[in-house]
Design a protein. Structure first.
Ligand code: S3P
Length: 459
């Protein structure tokens, strides 16, 4: 069925969620693993890579540049040709809906001795790219996006011109105006090809998967708080192949955990989830509300910690009692960066708790797969929850949900999943429209919720 025509029917949670399951491999780590495997010398083995459309877009982009990939039945084998082994792409590179593929890839493409053209679907072509193109040009790259007069920014399609002769990109000393792992990663990957150091500073540390993976692969990178230095002088510019089992995606696990918290007797676990603190701000927010959440650590893979995330192991899944006493959720500052992708879920949960919740410092949500601030406000209003939007966030009065809402995901996977969670906590049946987008990050989402005891189905 076409993505836009798919929808879900969701009924209130009449029983606790129970069970233990896994979620698809971490999408952010998956992008980086495919990219670094494609730039490595030799065959990498990636197990547990998400089959979601976003990670697929990254695989297809590198396949188009001649990187051979195959499955051995259990893992994806990526035959890396080395940092200088990419070939002129066989046609335009289409990143689909994946902002991470597009932005991070620009860092690699702009260092190549061949020209390329990159684009994406309608939603991706509306997302700002100046943030990555400007610093890349600042180190000698010749790349230009399409001017979007409404956005006042460059967007896809982007033309990237070959670096002439044997020229390399220059060194770069750059302060990111906004914390962004995509921009940071693009600049670091371009830095692998540069003839001098890449020194970056962020206002606060965004997800640091690229840094961790590069360090695990022996690249000359150091971090100190929100500062990163990649200095290739004296480095042989060879990345060894990876043998990586991907941890589960905390951004997917969050939706199952959130659903479980709607019932006081839920008891469930999501196994082998990435527990990198740059990603787990949502756990801190929920614990602060009194949620019974616990990590059972399971070691490390390529510098990334992982663990089983348990709900209700100390007696009760619900945060409601704690939530009512404390009166809502407050998200802002550096915490906002560490739970950026989980804000839709946190807004949905906040709507079920009586009290005022405030989400600030989130202007980035306006340029995600949808304008998430407006999409969330529309979702809340559909359930009868009063809210105010601001340029950088929203405030809402939780509790008193109305039955029988219809919510349009606006083609945004995280809005669709947040609406499903909110619907589980609301009286009456809800219809979530345009749910095909969920395949970008969490294929099998409704099957996972159903396996735990949720009452929802494809309509
Ligand atoms: C991501 C970085 C974040 C995040 C996105 C994935 C990544 O975007 O919202 O879903 O994998 O680097 P920004 O870099 O735009 O903050």
């Amino acid at each position: 069925m076409q993505g836009a025509t798919r929808s879900w029917k969701v009924r209130p949670l009449g029983q606790p969620l129970r069970g233990s399951l896994k979620v698809p491999g971490d999408k952010s780590i998956g992008h980086r693993a495919v990219m670094l495997a494609a730039l490595a010398d030799g065959t990498s083995r990636l197990q547990g890579l998400s089959s979601g459309a976003d990670n697929r877009a990254t695989r297809e982009a590198f396949a188009k540049m001649g990187v051979a990939m195959e499955s051995d039945g259990r893992a994806l084998l990526v035959h890396g040709p080395g940092l200088d082994g990419l070939r002129t792409p066989d046609g335009e590179i289409d990143c689909g809906n994946s902002g991470t593929t597009l932005r991070v890839l620009l860092g690699v493409l702009s260092a190549q001795p061949f020209s390329s053209r990159v684009t994406g679907d309608e939603s991706l072509r509306r997302r700002p790219l100046g943030r990555v193109l400007r610093p890349l040009r600042g180190r000698g790259a010749r790349c230009e996006g399409t001017l979007d007069t409404r956005l006042k920014d460059e967007t896809a399609p982007v033309e990237v011109l070959a670096l002439d002769g044997h020229r390399r990109l220059w060194e770069l000393d750059y302060t990111l105006p906004i914390a962004s792992a995509q921009v940071k990663s693009a600049l670091l990957l371009s830095g692998l090809y540069a003839d001098g150091p890449t020194a970056l500073r962020e206002p606060t540390v965004s997800r640091d998967h690229t840094e961790r993976m590069l360090v695990a692969l022996g690249a000359p990178l150091q971090t100190m708080g929100p500062a990163v230095l990649l200095d290739p002088s004296g480095w042989d510019r060879r990345l060894p192949p990876l043998d990586l089992t991907l941890p589960g995606d905390p951004s997917s696990a969050a939706f199952l955990v959130g659903a479980a918290l709607l019932h006081p007797r839920s008891r469930m676990a999501v196994r082998s989830v990435n527990s990198n603190p740059t990603r787990t701000g949502f756990v801190e927010v929920l614990r602060d509300l009194g949620a019974d959440l616990a990590w059972d650590p399971k070691g490390e893979t390529h510098g990334e910690p992982l663990g089983d995330l348990h709900v209700g192991s100390h007696g009760g899944g619900s945060f409601r009692r704690g939530g009512v006493q404390r009166g809502g959720v407050q998200v802002g500052g550096e915490l906002a960066v560490r739970c950026l992708d989980e804000v839709p879920l946190l807004v949905a949960l906040a709507a079920t708790i009586p009290g005022r919740s405030e989400f600030t410092d989130l202007s980035e949500l306006r340029v995600k797969e949808s304008d998430r601030i407006e999409a969330l406000a529309a979702m809340l209003r559909a359930f009868g929850v009063s809210c105010e939007t601001r340029p950088d966030g929203l405030a809402l009065e939780g509790g008193g949900l109305r039955a029988g809402a219809v919510v349009d995901s606006r083609g945004d996977h995280r809005i669709a999943m947040a609406a499903a969670v909110l619907a589980l906590g609301a009286p009456g049946e809800t219809r979530v429209l345009d749910t095909g987008c969920v395949d970008t990050s969490f294929p099998g989402f409704i099957q996972a919720l159903r396996a735990l005891g949720g009452d929802l189905e494809e309509a």
